[in-house]
Unconditional design. Structure first.
Ligand code: AP5
Ligand code: MG
Length: 225
């Protein structure tokens, strides 16, 4: 089982990179933000609860988030591994993940922090458009679609995320970056962290992330030993 965690601030490119990496590594892309947005669309109990936090730019409480992620890990397509995007977001989530993986005789193999300065995060989120049907990600200045307003992949209309309004972008950045730093420290302490410069062309970031995932850990071992 291969478990890779993609870390980075809101707008750092986790979803963009996960789409590329999932294909290259042959493991599914599991994003808690995408799972929450699907639950909001379905108006399920989890969605109704999560929306109250998401629209304020806050983290959804751990009990809901951890259970949702653990349920997703039970799906057959996750048996050989997952590429996690947006989870864990704090130390409690990181601990719950480690426990769940240990029960499967597994562990996180690599945590990759995609580093992007805050002013660039604001710029990227302000210009982001996502496709309505599958959430494929575009940017009006850095990564535009071939046909304006339409997804290159499935042709569905491009829309803006509810939490990409300027005031919610500010709230996400002020309320979430501290716990991201805690998670970065957690994986650094475990010797699993690699840092990638996120301010490069999308393909160059992807190459660096792939190299970081497959690189040997100091001492010659790959992964968490
Ligand atoms: P989530 O959906 O995870 O949002 P996020 O972490 O804020 O990250 P984003 O999806 O906004 O950005 P990204 O890093 O994926 O960047 P992207 O690839 O789109 O979570 C949403 C909410 O759900 C949270 O606020 C919280 O409320 C809740 N939640 C989720 N998980 C949770 C958890 N574990 N615990 C508690 N609550 C949770 O790229 C951004 C833009 O930049 C795009 O326009 C893209 O085209 C462009 N871009 C990408 N790469 C580049 C590049 N190299 N150069 C130039 N432009 C680029
Ligand atoms: Mg994302």
């Amino acid at each position: 089982m291969t478990v890779v965690v993609l870390l980075g601030g809101p707008g750092s490119g986790k979803g963009t990179q996960a789409e590329i990496l999932a294909e290259r590594l042959g493991i599914p892309h599991v994003a808690t933000g995408d799972l929450f947005r699907a639950a909001v669309r379905d108006a399920s109990p989890i969605g109704l609860e999560a929306r109250r936090y998401m629209e304020r730019g806050q983290l959804v409480p751990d009990d809901i988030t951890i259970q949702m992620l653990l349920d997703r890990l039970e799906a057959p397509d996750a048996a050989d591994g997952v590429l996690l995007d947006g989870f864990p977001r704090n130390r409690a989530q990181a601990g719950a993940l480690a426990t769940a993986l240990a029960e499967r005789s597994s562990q996180v193999d690599r945590a990759i922090n995609i580093e992007v300065p805050t002013d660039e995060l604001v710029r990227r989120l302000s210009g982001r458009w996502v496709c309505r049907d599958a959430g494929h990600v575009y940017n009006e200045s850095t990564n535009p679609p071939q046909v304006e307003g339409r997804c290159d992949i499935d042709g569905s209309p491009l829309v803006q995320r509810a939490d990409d309004r300027p005031e919610t972008i500010r709230a996400r950045l002020t309320q979430q970056l501290a716990s991201l730093n805690d998670v970065v420290d957690y994986y650094d302490g475990a010797g699993l962290l690699r840092v990638v410069d996120g301010v490069q062309a999308i393909e160059s970031v992807a190459d660096d992330v792939l190299a970081a995932v497959t690189s040997e850990a100091p001492g010659g071992a790959t992964g968490a030993d």
